[in-house]
Design a protein around this ligand. Structure first.
Ligand SMILES: Cc1ncc(COP(=O)(O)O)c(C=O)c1O
Length: 350
């Protein structure tokens, strides 16, 4: 007997399997995570709260919603808790995009925009970042908007380019596409400091996402937030499974936003490490894209994969992106000590 054929949209998709295996004992500069871990207060709170009672009941999000809405300065009905940004993208697409609708995404960018748009059967229109600067292609994006555009999915700053746009550019896009859901994915907001969150009251088609996977050091818990006007969030809720965020993730997020000093310290350390890495790359004659997030995209020409493998030999993981940006390797920044370690290996390899 033969297997059932999946939907046409699924049949046509390329499998996506990021290299997540065997990473725990290495210096992990390959996924833009926090390289030193979450606040100890998050671990403390999880230990204090974890018991059979907590695991027995379906999650109650009231307290988390209250804490996060206070922290992000929105009202609780302008916020959707999500299972990572990934679910935020999925719910947004499921709420607004029908089979055959046009979705605009940039290239290269975070793979899950294309992924969920493809699963939905959307027609994906890609707008390219141009090397070597990889600056945001604003004019090209504006030109790609049509009356059939249903969603525009943008990471700001973008991954893997690290490049960003200012709020004037975000507003230009919103004005040009009043009929499309516009997502500004702010996974790296804390390293950039510019947010579109305050624009949600001005533009009824704007959605902003944040994650606890990066600076907060909680990627394994899968926790994110999606913000928009309350009337939109009501629809997002309808398209979301009611218990997709687990109780431990919700509790951890409350503890994480209560320890702002930890986040501020990590961000200033990472920014110092980024500067150190940039200076070090320049000294080595390695060009890179000046970025606004906690990573650097460096150009190693035709030696990109060789460099990645040589670093891996020394238990340092970086991410090859040369399949989409010629010569490109993405290096996460964490602490200055970690940046020193990468640089001294690069000195040897290069
Ligand atoms: C632009 C962007 N958005 C979101 C994420 C991660 O999302 P999640 O919150 O699902 O871990 C990443 C991780 O690489 C990213 O680069």
């Amino acid at each position: 007997m033969s297997n059932l054929a999946p939907r046409k949209a699924v049949l046509g998709m390329a499998p996506y399997s990021p290299p997540t295996g065997n990473r725990l004992d290495k210096l992990r500069l390959d996924f833009n995570e926090n390289t030193v871990g979450c606040s100890p207060k998050v671990i403390e709170r999880l230990k204090q709260t974890l018991d059979a009672g907590l695991l027995t009941v379906y999650p109650d999000y009231a307290r988390t919603k209250a804490a996060l809405s206070t922290y992000f300065r929105v009202s609780p009905d302008e916020l959707l808790l999500t299972n990572g940004t990934d679910e935020a993208i999925q719910v947004l697409v499921n709420t607004y995009v029908d089979d055959g609708d046009e979705v605009i995404a940039l290239r290269p960018s975070y793979a899950m925009y294309r992924f969920y748009a493809e699963v939905a059967g959307a027609k994906i229109v890609e707008v390219d970042y141009q090397p070597p600067t990889l600056a945001f292609p604003l004019q090209e994006l504006l030109a790609a908007i049509t009356p059939r555009t249903r969603a525009i999915l943008i990471a700001n700053p973008n991954n893997p380019t690290g490049t960003a746009i200012n709020l004037a550019a975000v507003e230009q896009i919103l004005k040009a596409a009043p009929h499309a859901a516009v997502l500004i994915d702010e996974a790296y907001y804390e390293f950039f400091g510019v947010t579109a969150l305050n624009l949600i009251w001005k533009y009824p088609q704007l959605f902003v996402s944040r994650t606890f996977s990066k600076v907060y050091g909680m990627a394994a818990l899968r926790m994110g937030c999606l913000f928009s006007q309350a009337a939109n969030v009501k629809y997002l809720h309808k398209a979301q499974s009611p218990y997709s965020v687990n109780a431990l993730a919700a509790i951890a997020a409350e503890a994480a936003v209560a320890d702002t000093a930890y986040i501020e310290n990590y961000v200033s350390e990472a920014l110092a490490a980024r500067e150190m890495l940039e200076v070090g790359l320049e000294k080595l004659g390695i060009s890179y894209v000046p970025g606004s997030a906690n990573f650097i995209l460096a150009y190693f020409g035709d030696r990109a994969i060789e460099v990645r493998d040589a670093l891996r030999e020394k238990a340092i993981l970086v991410r090859d992106r040369s399949y989409e940006i010629p010569g490109g390797v993405r290096i996460t920044v964490g602490t200055r000590e970690q940046a020193r370690r990468v640089l001294s290996e690069l000195e040897r390899i290069w």
